[in-house]
Each structure stands twice: as C-alpha cells, then as structure tokens.
Design a protein around this ligand. Structure first.
Ligand code: IFM
Length: 456
C-alpha cells in the first residue's frame, strides 16, 4: 500500500477511524441459513435437510425449512440492505437449487432465483458477492460418498460452470468455498454438522477434495468470467497455549495446524503442513499429481472469517474456564487476535488482498429501547473493536479491502438452531418481520461515512 493511501486512513480525531474511500462495507448470509423454501421450484434435497431430520442433531429440533423465508422476501431484503447503505452483500448459492441431484439435470428455476437476486442487488447499487458453496451439499452426492470422494470436487466444478454461465457477466467477485475446515471437521470428524460422520480419516479425505474442488472451480471462474475476481473464504481461530509448558505449546501447534494452517498453507503454495501431517499420520493417499499446483492457483483475495481465539491444553479434558468477555456462543471476545491474524497472514503468506468476509457476534439481545427495538450495544462494541484492528492493519500496509458483518439477519445457526442471534436485523419469530436493531442503525452510519468512532 502506498503512503498516500495509508495517510487516507489517518484518524480524524482520537478514537475516530476513517477507512479508505475504496473500502467496501457489507453484510453476509448463507443460503440454508436464510432462504427457507426447501421444496420450492425444483430444489433438491441437501445434506442439511436430511441432517436436521435426525433426532437430537439440532439443539431446538428446528431446521432451515422456513428460516427467514428470504427465498420469497428477497426483494424486501434488498430494500432493507439499501436502506442500511450496504455497498456489498455476501450470500451463498444453494447447489441443490441449481443441480438438484448434484450432477446432471440443471434446474433453471433455481438459476432464475439467483438471477433475480443479483439483478435486484445491482439495481439497488449493491455489489453481489456470492459464495458457491456454504455447506449445503446435494444429498444425492452424499449418498455417493460426499466430499470423501474426488467425484464430488469434479461435480462442484461443473455446478460452478452452470452458475458462471448464467451470472458470470455481471458478478464482479466470486468466492468458491466457505470455511472448508468446518465442512471437513464438523461434517466428517466430529459429526456435529451434516452429514454427521465421525471418522478422522474421512475428514482428511474431505478436506483435500474440498480444496481440489476449490482449485477446479477457480479454473472455471477464470475461463467463464475472465475479468472477475475470485477467492476462497477460510475461517481462522488463532490459538494460544494454556501455559508455557512444552506439552501445551505442542497442543496449540497441533490445533493451529489442523484448523488454520491445513487450509491456508496449500492455498499459499506451501503444501500441507508437514508437522501436522506427521502428527495426524496422514499418508496423503488422496493427493494426485498436480493437485497441489491446482489448489495453489492464484486467488485475487483471501476471505477471512474471524470470530474468536482459542486456548489449547495438552489435557484434552480441560475446559477454558478463564473469566474473559464472551459472546452468547461462549466464544472469547478478543479483537487483538484479528489484528494479529492479519499481520501473520500477510507476513507468512503474502496474499495480494484480504477481505473480512465474516465477523460478528451472537449476543443476548435482551435489552430493548422505548420503541421496542433490540438495543444491542454489546454487538456494536464488538464490531467497532474489530474494525479498529482492521483499520490499524490497513495503516500498516496490509491490503484489507472490505468488511462483511455476520450477519444481516438473525438466522438458522446450524446445530444450534435459532437460539443464537447474530443479526444486525431482528427477524421476529412467527411473523418473520424484519426489525433493525441498534447495531443496524450504527452500521448504517459506518457504511455512509466510512468512519468508525469508538462507541460509548
Ligand atoms: O453462522 C456461521 C456461518 O455459517 C459460518 N461462519 C460462522 C457463522 C457463525 O457461527
């Protein structure tokens, strides 16, 4: 970054941070978490439809069958985004709406929906920022092995082509996958997410095929939308050892290797981290000639999802009892870890650009102002503190070009159901009426001014 652009972000007064004029302000959602309408217009079954029907899988026994009904209320939701002054909207495209069986017949009505959404966003002056895969694999592919088999990566690339052929002429930026760590780990190792498998070896195969799928889809984006930008979204949870004891330090290295380095290092052209590979005992049997080059294909921006940090201990039974500020997910609130993460990413891997594709907090949302709106000043403080870290990073020359709050709407929080609320906008249970919270009003000001003041 040039010194000119660095000076453009100088504080206007202490505690007030002005972001570069080119910085993009947005908010994010994903298909299964907000769309509902799971049987509409020829959509196929996804692994989340099947998983939610498993007794005990979802904390409140709910599912995304109705969610926020965004599939039908999309036009109102765009009006809401416009009112908030969002410059960009990150959403995901549901593969089962486009290719209901994962491979084969294409469902034009599914494509029509995303075309209406994209055109509506563009008409409202909001940049569409789609992600091609946010965890909702067609069940038909799961029945043939899901991400443990390479054919799923190939099917993903073909699905990407179908989407690109319809929308590639008007979408400026694409992301391939959202959080492959969570897909592979929660879906195939711990089983807390769909498809609910508990098998470490399957998790390693899934992780590799997800990254191969990314590489193949990236090629399709380059071919079909040569002027568009493309990247992938990773989640990062910086990890610190519980103590200086060598065993705790080693535990932290392993967690960091499994959760963070396992994905970013192959993307950066470094292959899978050797220390972690050895400790996991993975023979790399799934890696075919050329895979590592494919995975390391040039991306224009790395999407960074950040929420919290974790503490690792050699004692696997130990729980983190520290009296630290936490969100209602129990996640520690530690904004400096975001600044540290951005520095580490840029120093170690040097991607050309970064976008904060998710950051936000589930909060209790119990206080209301006189007009009945959620008075979520804790969420405002969370977002402002993380933005301060982003601002500092930009000031140091790290090219962070945008920020997307997770999430626009309260929505289906996977295995937690509808209990945790991450939205800037409340979605009233039952009526599904959208009611902006105090954080939405605050973020509107940020989007309009590009200035983040320390909240009171
Ligand atoms: O809701 C999720 C999202 O789908 C992926 N990233 C983390 C969010 C909060 O848990």
């Amino acid at each position: 970054m040039t010194s000119a652009s660095t000076s453009a972000i100088a504080s206007t007064r202490p505690g007030t941070r002005r972001f570069p004029a080119t910085f993009r302000w947005g908010s994010a959602t994903s298909a299964y978490q907000i769309e509902g309408a799971v049987a509409a217009d020829g959509r196929g079954e996804s692994i989340w439809d099947r998983f939610c029907a498993t007794p005990g899988a979802i904390a409140d026994g709910s599912s995304g069958a109705e969610a926020c009904d965004h599939y039908r209320r999309w036009a109102d939701d765009i009006a809401l985004m416009r009112d908030l002054g969002l410059q960009a909207y990150r959403f995901s495209i549901a593969w089962p709406r486009i290719v209901p069986d994962g491979v084969g017949a294409i469902n034009q009505r599914g494509l029509d929906f995303y075309e209406r959404l994209v055109d509506g966003l563009l008409a409202a002056g909001i940049e569409p920022a789609p992600t091609l895969y946010h965890w909702d694999l067609p069940q038909a592919l799961q029945d043939r092995g899901g991400w443990t088999v390479r054919a799923t990566a190939e099917a993903f690339a073909d699905y990407a082509s179908v989407v690109l052929e319809r929308l590639g002429d008007r979408v400026p930026r694409w992301m391939t996958l959202n959080e492959p760590f969570v897909s592979a780990n929660h879906g195939y190792v711990t089983g807390e997410h769909a498809p609910g498998i508990r098998d470490e070896r399957a998790g390693l195969a899934a992780a590799h095929h997800l990254l191969v799928g990314h590489g193949l889809a990236l090629g399709r984006i380059r071919d079909l939308a040569p002027t568009a930008q493309a990247g992938i979204v990773l989640n990062f949870t910086p990890v610190v050892p519980a103590s200086d004891e060598p065993a705790d330090v080693a535990a932290a290295e392993l967690v960091d290797g499994v959760e963070n380095r396992w994905y970013v290092e192959p993307l950066a052209g470094l292959g899978y981290p050797a220390d972690t590979r050895e400790r996991l005992g993975w023979d790399g049997g799934e890696i075919l000639d050329g895979d590592l080059e494919l995975i390391a294909g040039r991306i224009d921006a790395l999407g960074v999802n950040f929420y919290s940090r974790s503490v690792a201990s050699a004692d696997r039974e130990a729980t983190d009892e520290r009296a630290v500020p936490r969100t209602s997910m129990g996640w520690e609130i530690h904004p400096p870890s975001l600044g540290g993460l951005l520095r580490r990413l840029h120093e170690h891997y040097g991607f050309s650009r970064y976008v904060i594709t998710e950051n936000g907090a589930a909060m209790p949302d119990e206080e209301r102002s006189d007009d009945g709106r959620v008075a979520d000043h804790d969420r405002i403080r969370y977002v402002a503190a993380h933005l301060a870290e982003v601002h500092d990073a930009i000031g140091e020359g790290i090219p962070v070009e945008g920020y997307f709050v997770w999430s626009l709407l309260d929505n289906f929080e996977w295995a937690h159901g509808y209990g945790p609320r991450f939205g800037l906008v409340e979605v009233e249970p039952g009526s599904l009426r959208r009611v902006p919270k105090a954080s939405a009003e605050w973020y509107r000001e940020v989007c309009h001014t590009g200035v983040v003041a320390d909240p009171l």
